[in-house]
Design a protein around this ligand. Structure first.
Ligand code: HEC
Length: 139
């Protein structure tokens, strides 16, 4: 009886410990994922087009959604020069009009929401800066 009691106690302790350890590890993984998601979710989307809601949204909708789906914008990531190149290409080959004074504003918007993705922390430290290297002297 005593032995059984001891066994049950050990078992109980083991289960208790497992239950205690498991969520703690899970939590650690969750907190690593959360900041990324929080950033992605903090931008409100226009229900009609799926484009990010911003002061320039109407301008972008007017210039950029009459020929094709806004998905073509949403699924792409370009630098400012990259977006400018796409616009020039559409102007050369797809009869896109001159955006005039709107062009810089449209570009601001595109780069802000559809620019190259910010690389999130990948677990490595930042490269060292201003390292003063020295030669190892062999004896
Ligand atoms: C006059 C019509 C027209 C307008 C207006 C227009 N586009 Fe396009 N765009 C096109 C066509 C046509 C394509 C090629 C579609 C395809 O490949 O199916 C295209 C393709 C694209 C692509 C995909 C390019 C690639 O390399 O895959 C992007 C991104 C894009 N447009 C963004 C924009 C943005 C941003 C605007 C607003 C500044 C805009 N478009 C306005 C006609 C237009």
């Amino acid at each position: 009886m005593r032995k059984l009691h001891a066994l049950l106690l050990t078992l109980g302790a083991a289960i208790g410990l497992a239950a205690f350890v498991q969520p703690a590890e899970k939590k650690r993984v969750d907190t690593m994922v959360v900041p990324e998601m929080a950033v992605a979710d903090s931008v409100k989307k226009d229900p009609e087009t799926g484009l990010a809601i911003d002061g320039q949204l109407m301008l972008v909708k007017a210039h950029c959604t009459s020929c094709h789906s806004p998905k073509l914008i949403i699924q792409n990531r370009f630098t400012r020069d990259g977006w400018k190149e796409k616009i020039r290409w559409m102007q050369r080959t797809q009869k896109l009009w001159d955006l005039g004074e709107s062009e810089p504003k449209v570009l601001d918007y595109l780069v802000k929401y559809y620019g190259p993705e910010q690389k999130t922390f990948d677990g490595r430290r930042m490269p060292l800066k201003d390292v003063k290297w020295y030669e190892l002297k062999s004896k």
